[in-house]
Write a protein that binds this ligand. Structure first.
Ligand code: NAD
Length: 429
């Protein structure tokens, strides 16, 4: 389904704000300035290390052959193997993948897990493909980027429009090439083939943990706040459900075609069941339809953007009502919108902290696969909670000590750690 005139998408960002790579580099430059990073390290870290583009054929169900374009980018691998999701979306571009790879480097450093940052994507609308075509596209794309991929080199995971089934095909393809099962080559797999308990919910769980911690900082209890969530995929739906379980009132959720609103609150589990059955949120009993633009501006206390990038811009930020924004999505806020939120005193928990739960449990999955020793869901959630709470506390105290916002505080932590690793390893040759 696409946006209609009745349900317009949020006002598009002004052209100068539309490029995620420019956003990522601006954020990095600001952080480098704050920590007084030496010029050589600035030059190294503001670029990606490797960018790989491939154009590959897939045989479609009608017998024709279509050429697709895909990317895999590694930003920095000084702290460990590259790690980052694979996105299937018509708007994927090299600049977007570069930005997402750089954010992965910072994210892994914020939560202190031993990975570098990577990202991949294919320009495709998977809803236009049959399951058979999707499998062939995935297996061929896996083969194309396999020159970079492996458990000790670069480990993909799910992102927008990719799921455990796609990760299973990816892992199977890599395993067929190797001649034996290489489960640790990708994370976010189904449990039967080396996935981790708790991975499916991990990003949303991290979002919930950060939201509750940020509310505490604002002197609010979960039951006192109303939440709006943009995006009802993996991150959005789990965040909404866990926030409701934590006591919050979820008043609105949306997908790319629009969303639903009930000022008195939705029962998220029922919305999930309805979405599963009807393949749409529209028509959920007792709710009004709203556009994605309206969702961002709905009367609420907490806004969780959990869809795609560039949603909160200089055009949409002035009308946001929430006092707390927790970024489930990567790059939903442009630097211009950040400035508006700072001026308006809105607290924002940035993506590289708020959605780091996903890569944290991906790390657990990789460790479990390498050891062939699997943990209980309780153990996974407990370890995830400890890491997220510690990271949130560190970022908050950096923000308070240096009198900078949470995004810059997270960057200060992350860039300092990656810079230290890069400095200590020295310049090869
Ligand atoms: P998903 O494919 O499961 O869901 C995406 C959701 O966004 C869908 O509900 C879709 O309808 C909605 N959407 C797409 N375009 C939209 C638009 N223009 N306006 C409003 N809604 C739109 O993807 P996901 O895995 O939930 O990822 C969502 C975001 O979270 C992405 O930014 C992703 O990079 C980020 N993220 C995901 C993970 C993860 O573990 N999956 C981890 C960290 C960050």
């Amino acid at each position: 389904m696409s946006s209609t005139a009745q349900h317009p998408a949020p006002a598009p960002p002004p052209p100068e704000e539309a490029n995620e790579w420019r956003t990522a580099q601006t954020q990095f430059d600001n952080a480098a300035e704050i920590i007084g990073l030496e010029p050589e390290l600035r030059a190294i870290l503001r670029e990606v290390q490797r960018e790989f583009t491939c154009h590959f054929p897939v045989r479609m169900d009608d017998g024709s052959v279509r050429i697709f374009t895909g990317y895999r980018v590694q930003h920095n691998i000084n702290r460990g193997p590259a790690k980052g999701g694979l996105r299937y979306h018509p708007d994927v571009s090299l600049d977007e993948v570069k930005a997402l790879a750089m954010w992965m480097t910072w994210k892994c450093a914020v939560v202190s897990i031993p990975y570098g940052g990577a990202k991949g994507g294919v320009i495709v609308d998977p809803r236009q493909l049959s399951a058979n075509e999707l499998e062939h596209l995935t297996r061929r794309f896996a083969t194309e980027i396999s020159v970079l991929i492996g458990p000790d080199r670069d480990i993909p995971a799910p992102d927008v429009n990719t799921d455990p089934q796609i990760m299973a095909w990816f892992m199977d393809t890599m395993s067929m090439h190797a001649g034996y099962s290489v489960t640790a080559t990708v994370t976010g797999k189904p449990i039967d083939v080396g996935g981790s308990l708790g991975r499916l919910e991990a990003t949303g769980r991290g979002v919930m943990i950060c939201t509750v911690a940020a509310l505490e900082k604002l002197g609010l209890k979960p039951h006192q706040v109303r939440v709006a969530v943009q995006g009802f995929g993996n991150v959005g739906s789990v965040s909404a459900r866990l926030l409701e379980e934590a006591g919050c009132i979820v008043v609105a959720v949306s997908e790319d075609y629009g969303g639903i609103h009930n000022p008195l609150g939705l029962t998220v589990k029922r919305v999930q069941e309805y979405r599963q059955q009807e393949k749409t949120l529209t028509g959920f009993p007792g709710t009004q339809e709203i556009s994605n633009q309206d969702l961002l501006h709905v009367d609420c206390d907490v806004l969780v953007p959990a869809a795609i990038g560039n949603q909160l811009t200089s055009r949409t930020a002035p009308d946001v009502k929430a006092k707390l924004i927790v970024e489930g999505a990567n790059g939903p806020t442009t630097p211009e919108a950040d400035e508006i939120f700072r001026r308006r005193g809105i607290l924002l928990v940035p993506d590289i902290l708020a959605n780091a739960g996903g890569v944290t449990v991906s790390y657990f999955e990789w460790v479990q696969d390498l050891q062939s020793f699997f943990w209980s869901e309780h153990e996974v959630n407990q370890k995830l909670g400890a890491i997220m709470h510690r990271a949130f506390k560190e970022v908050l105290s950096t923000s308070e000590e240096r009198k900078i916002d949470m995004r810059m505080a997270a960057y200060v932590q992350a860039v300092s750690r990656v810079a230290a690793a890069t400095r200590e390893r020295g310049l090869y040759p």
